[in-house]
Design a protein. Sequence first.
Length: 237
Amino acid sequence: MNNRQYTRGSRLPLPVPVNIYSPQSASLAAKRSKLRSAGTASHDDEAASPPRIVGGEFRGRKLIYSGDRRVRPMKDRVREAIFNLIGPAVRGTHAIDLFAGTGALSLEALSRGAVSATFVERHFPTAANIRQNAEALGVTARSTILPANVLLWSRRMPELPSIPWLVFCSPPWELFVSERDALLALMQVLIDRAPPGSQFVVEADDSFDFRLLPRPDEWLIRAYPPAIVGILRLATG
């Protein structure tokens, strides 16, 4: 015991810092850091990996993907969840992929019974990849690939089949901010002109307010973080 006496006015010694380091705590910190790094790497690998068809005739087939992050393929699990919600209504439709990217959404629709599909992709090399994917799956005759700016459709739409449409709107999420008004105008025109029984699928993130869409009270909204998906079904007659 320290028997040193302190008189009034004397200064007490400062407490000595306690060293809490131990081999066990260092090992635990290292493991946590390794798990965080592995999780980040896993996410990056998933984002860069080629998408695959998750159901139907072409189930398990991988698609050509350039690895360009601007294309941002929808995650396989989100696409599977969307088609689970659509169910058998995909059969007999004409799929329209407004921001096609790899073409995975409409190729998935063709795999599950859609009659035909239109792929719109303004980036020419990416549109060429869609053509290669359609050829590899043997659906070239059922596919129309348009290397065009789909936002111009709100002014002049091309001729489309009169059977029910299955419309996918899954652009780069930044467009929901920079081109919000143009996207909303496009969706309004498509919904106004769609045949009875058509369905619309919009994928965005939380920067977009789905209440801005036409018929805001009729959308089924589901969250698959970080994605948010809305589905609209038009009456059959």
